[in-house]
Design a protein around this ligand. Structure first.
Ligand code: SF4
Length: 403
């Protein structure tokens, strides 16, 4: 008793009993929590499982039903002979819609964070569980909240869990004086739905957030990984969803351009055709000076009257497949491949002032490179000079008419 009293006097008495575990997760270079209480373990497990759901949903475009049918061992990792991982394949059931009751087996290509979330979920489950999203958290569960054996929980359960995760994050931010909380919507805690994650990913892939180069590259990388020849994304309709978002983005941009009487005219070999197509498009998108803003309606207009004009950094492509010099992959037949564009030679090229500025910056960059004295090999110097001359001549040829 005396020893206990001495220990209490020296060490004090904690209000709780904590896991004998060093907290390794860091936030701003500091442990995210001083210690984890035994009583908090079930709640943290449930929150961790929901956080994994968010990572998978947001970075794969899978539906809630598709995620919740994930089973242990669902990720296959492909490695090159040197051991480098070059692909993570994730297998689940694809549902063409939330109403599709059975689904079909399909494969998604996912990025490393998704594979990591799956590996973590596998550690959370016992060997007897069929699904990775079977409830975790032990005693916090009541029998009435458990899905029937062999079944997955309803989407409403996921929505409830997302609400709990949001509330926990915001409580944590308040307690720790952090400003990166999840913002309210219309003065209230956000009501997150499962579909928002898929739609948001489609939105970002389609629109490449303006100005955020890293973001644009990341989402382009995401798109390439997800869409290159694999079944899952098409079986679950995600590819179609992204393409619809891209068509909508393009439709909004072109409708605004078509309605703007002060817009500078395009130049370049396909400029006249671009102006004709925009005028025709305006007949469907501009009424009494007002541009159609309803997204569903604009999407319908794009399906029927798409002017097939594709704005890019160096070129505004007025697509005509017979004249195209890029090689669109078979999977995107009917669309140009802007990454393979040959703007100086292709007759589908039209130029906005921004496109011309991009070419002028390219010429200036070449001037800088050529100004590096004798540091360039003769062959490289010749190629750069040729490029500079071609770009300069192209800009001169397609300069705007003086007003
Ligand atoms: S080469 Fe460029 S301008 Fe020509 S069709 Fe392809 S993307 Fe359009």
């Amino acid at each position: 008793m005396r020893l206990i009293k001495e220990a209490v006097a020296e060490l004090g008495v904690a209000e709780d009993s904590y896991l004998d575990h060093r907290v390794r997760g860091l936030l701003d270079d500091r442990p995210w929590l001083a210690a984890i209480s035994y009583d908090d373990v079930p709640r943290h497990l449930a929150l961790l499982q929901t956080a994994c759901w968010v990572v998978i949903a947001y970075l794969s475009g899978m539906r809630d039903s598709e995620i919740k049918h994930l089973k242990p061992g669902c990720v296959t990792t492909r490695q090159a002979p040197d051991g480098n991982v070059y692909r993570h394949e994730l297998t689940s059931l694809a549902f063409k819609g939330e109403a599709d009751p059975r689904g079909v087996t399909a494969t998604w290509i996912v990025t490393a964070p998704v594979a990591r979330a799956v590996a973590l979920l596998e550690r959370l489950q016992t060997d007897t569980q069929a699904f990775l999203f079977a409830p975790v958290g032990g005693r916090s569960l009541t029998a009435s909240r458990l899905p029937a054996p062999g079944r997955v929980a309803a989407s409403s359960t996921t929505v409830t869990k997302l609400g709990k995760l949001t509330a926990w994050i915001n409580d944590y931010c308040a307690t720790n004086h952090r400003t990166d909380r999840i913002p309210d919507v219309n003065g209230r805690a956000p009501h997150l739905t499962t579909r928002q994650f898929r739609r948001t990913l489609a939105w970002f892939i389609a629109r490449h957030p303006a100005g955020a180069i890293a973001g644009a590259l990341q989402f382009r990388h995401q798109r390439i990984q997800m869409f290159e020849g694999y079944a899952g994304t098409s079986d679950s309709g995600f590819r179609a969803e992204v393409e619809a978002e891209e068509a909508l983005t393009r439709g909004q941009l072109l409708a605004d351009a078509a309605a703007d009487p002060d817009r500078p005219h395009l130049t370049g070999p396909a400029s006249a055709e671009a102006e004709q197509r925009l005028a025709a498009f305006a007949r469907h998108t501009v009424f009494q000076g007002q541009v159609v803003t309803d997204e569903a309606r604009l999407l319908r207009i794009m399906k029927r009257h798409d002017p097939a004009i594709y704005p890019g950094s160096f070129v505004t492509c007025v697509y005509n497949p017979d004249r195209a010099l890029c090689r669109p992959p078979a999977s995107t037949a009917g669309q140009p491949e802007l990454a393979e564009c040959r703007p100086l030679a292709c007759r589908n090229t039209a130029l906005t002032p921004e496109n011309r500025d991009a070419h002028a910056r390219h010429v200036a960059d070449l001037d800088v490179a050529l100004g590096q004295g004798d540091g360039l090999a003769p062959y490289i110097r010749h190629r750069l000079q040729q490029q500079r001359q071609d770009s300069h001549d192209f800009l001169t040829r397609h300069a705007p008419e003086p007003t």
